[in-house]
Design a protein around this ligand. Structure first.
Ligand SMILES: *[C@@H]1O[C@H](CO)[C@@H](O)[C@H](O)[C@H]1NC(C)=O
Ligand SMILES: *[C@@H]1O[C@H](CO)[C@@H](O)[C@H](O)[C@H]1NC(C)=O
Length: 520
């Protein structure tokens, strides 16, 4: 993603920087203008903060971000290397849109120097993945035959592992000493009378008191429970209800994590629902009342657009820039739509995408490489060498979600055309494909190299339009097709992504070379 010289390990920077860095006076929300939902943020053994997020049907699953200051973040890896939860996760015999990883938990356990990630998959069983370093490698260590819905792991001072989970009813599970099975479970409480449900469970301990943080999307509320025992009795307060979020087009942040930034200085990391972009992390300080319940710090009754910085600033590499795919590995910013066919791509100073599926349906094609859109007005440009396409192949750059549009190249016989295709849509009940889209405009191009570009307004209160351009020299870009209106419905949960694809419609055998990706 970034020039090598900038990719300095944050952990080595952190200790030096903490001594010398100047604390920026304030930070601005969102802390990352990208789709990182359902965060579980906690401190690692190195004193840095680790942020686990959901990415549903994208693979690898459960992205991890890291920060020294809660404001500057970088992606470092994933807890779930492969979505091995059924062949539909390989786009074989079905699809797994909106499956995969969601509302899971990740914590470090000091006693065995191990990171644990726990999440319910397919509303069925929960999986435990472990690693000695958050950046991996991670391995699947256990399957627990209970769905820990929206779970939060807490490792107590005596090393006991608790998992709080559930909607409607909140339950407490105690895990075995090795953390890989359940030894006790109890229902703790039903959702509060002023709510319509409850989820997003997280568990903490402060000054010997246990806390459960959770939320209700129906009333846009956040609740906080406390008790002197993990088994209760629990009393609660509403942390907030319907507090306007910091982005004009975004909803009320209500789900998230409590974080102790420095001794007894606490923050709430939540996220605002801001489609087409996605669910975007936002941060606010909290204080504690005399009753030992937390209080959200608001500005004139709303989330602050800015607040005082929690900690000295430690910069991370920029989120935008050019990826020339140096070396032979993809950076953690890249996630595939479902599990990739690893025999059909290679990275070597560029990404060779061999057609992996014969289909006329992009939603069923394997090996679509995706990247989150960044910021309010993201623009992506890819350089593609399509000389090796087979007859019938389609490749391109998509604004990819359950309503999709793209600019691409198609080969028909010895004719190559650039096309703008829109209205590829999915049924948001069963994720079947409703339409493979219609071609709005097409023009012939010479076989060779092409620059494909897409520009979008990703703001929740913006135009929600995405447009497409191409160039044959990398300098002058030509508009193709029309402006496509993106979907802001939440049903698929994930926000829009850039999707880079190559699939066959006749026979496998062709490939394209993705030379670079630039996002500004
Ligand atoms: C790595 O990528 C950067 C940015 O795209 C580029 O400037 C640099 O030359 C590349 N380095 C190598 C060794 O390929
Ligand atoms: C979507 O799928 C559901 C469940 O299979 C079906 O009942 C419904 O008719 C479908 N809707 C459309 C628009 O195809």
């Amino acid at each position: 993603m970034r020039p090598i010289s900038l990719v300095v390990a944050l952990s080595s920077l952190a200790s030096a920087a903490l001594n010398t860095a100047v604390r920026a006076d304030t930070f601005t929300n969102p802390v990352v203008y990208e789709d990182f939902a359902d965060n579980d943020v906690s401190k690692g053994p190195d004193g840095l903060f680790y942020f686990s997020a959901s990415n549903m049907h994208f693979s690898p699953g459960a992205p991890i971000l890291r920060s020294a200051d809660l404001v500057n973040w970088e992606m470092i890896g994933h807890s779930v290397p492969t979505l091995n939860f059924g062949d539909n996760y390989n786009l074989n015999g079905g699809v797994a849109y909106r499956g995969g990883t969601w509302a899971s938990t990740m914590r470090y356990r000091e006693s065995d120097k191990t990171w644990y990630w726990i999440g319910c998959v397919n509303f069925y069983h929960s999986f435990v993945y472990t690693a000695s370093s958050a950046s991996g490698p991670w391995t699947q260590s256990a399957e627990i035959p209970t769905c820990y819905y929206d779970c939060g792991l807490h490792i107590d001072d005596d090393d006991t592992m608790y998992v709080v989970h559930g909607n409607t009813n909140v339950n407490m599970a105690q895990l075995s000493a090795n953390g890989l099975s359940e030894v006790r479970t109890e229902q703790l409480f039903h959702y509060p009378t002023e709510a319509q449900g409850i989820e997003g469970n997280r568990m903490y301990k402060r000054n010997g008191i246990y806390y459960i943080l959770n939320d209700d999307g129906g009333t846009q509320s956040t609740f906080i429970y406390k008790s002197t025992s993990p088994w209760g009795p629990w009393t609660y307060k509403r942390l907030q209800a319907n507090t306007p979020g910091p982005l004009p087009g975004g909803g009320t942040p209500h789900q998230g994590s409590l974080i102790e930034a420095s001794p007894d200085d606490w923050y709430f990391m939540s996220f605002t629902w801001d489609y087409p972009n996605g669910r975007i992390p936002v941060l606010a300080p909290i204080t504690w009342g005399d009753d030992d319940f937390p209080i959200l710090t608001t500005v004139n009754g709303k989330w602050g657009a800015t607040y005082p910085s929690p900690l000295p600033t430690v910069e991370t590499p920029p989120w935008t820039g050019t990826d020339s795919f140096n070396g032979t590995l993809l950076g953690p910013q890249w996630e595939w739509n479902h599990n990739p066919d690893t025999s059909k791509y290679s990275v070597d100073n560029g990404v060779t995408l061999s057609a992996a599926t014969v289909t006329d349906d992009l939603y069923k094609a394997r090996n679509t490489l995706t990247h989150r859109v960044h910021g309010e007005h993201p623009i992506a440009t890819i350089v593609l060498d399509f000389s090796n396409m087979a007859d019938g192949d389609r490749c391109g750059l998509a604004a990819f979600r359950d309503w999709t549009a793209y600019i691409g190249v198609v080969r028909s016989g010895d004719t190559y055309s650039v096309v703008m295709q829109e209205g590829l849509t999915q049924n948001s009940t069963d994720w079947s494909t409703v339409s493979t889209g219609t071609t709005v405009e097409t023009t012939a191009v010479e076989k060779g190299r092409i620059w494909l570009r897409s520009s979008m307004d990703s703001r929740g209160d913006g135009s929600k339009l995405v447009t497409f351009q191409y160039s044959t020299d990398g300098t002058s870009f030509v508009d193709l097709g029309d402006a496509y209106t993106m979907n802001t419905d939440w049903a698929i949960f994930m926000g829009y992504r850039w999707g880079i694809f190559n699939h066959a419609t006749t026979a496998l055998g062709g490939s394209v070379l993705l030379e670079s990706f630039t996002q500004t």
